[in-house]
Write a protein that binds this ligand. Structure first.
Ligand SMILES: [Zn+2]
Length: 116
């Protein structure tokens, strides 16, 4: 499963950050996943649930922000939400459009704990 390898790389990254910060554990991790990133958020959630066991994220709260796709028309400058796989501009009907939001897959923040 595609999402499982993503889950594992998120855990790797979190473990790396915790190590760098010399933190004992991670309390919370926040992810931004775009609706056009090619990642199924539900599948990623499920993969993380399995993958976090015995990892640095086992007891962390995992927040996933779903970033809706937004496109802009390069002809008329209209900003719109693309529907499905039709990318033409609803204003001028040109297809010269660009998705500028919704492709992200990133860790927004990691909250660590130094208490132990
Ligand atoms: Zn347009």
């Amino acid at each position: 499963m595609h999402e499982m390898s993503i889950a594992l790389s998120i855990i790797d990254l979190a473990a790396d950050q915790a190590k760098k910060a010399a933190a004992s554990k991670i309390v919370e991790i926040e992810l931004d996943i775009g609706t056009m990133s090619g990642i199924e958020i539900e599948a990623l959630n499920y993969a993380l649930e399995i993958a976090v066991k015995d990892s640095v994220l086992e007891f962390a709260e995992i927040k996933i922000n779903r970033i809706e796709a937004v496109s802009e028309c390069l002809e008329c400058g209209h900003i719109f939400v693309p529907e499905g796989f039709i990318y033409h501009c609803p204003e001028c009907s040109k297809t010269n459009t660009r998705v500028f939001k919704g492709k992200e897959m990133q860790v927004r923040s990691i909250l660590v704990d130094y208490s132990e």
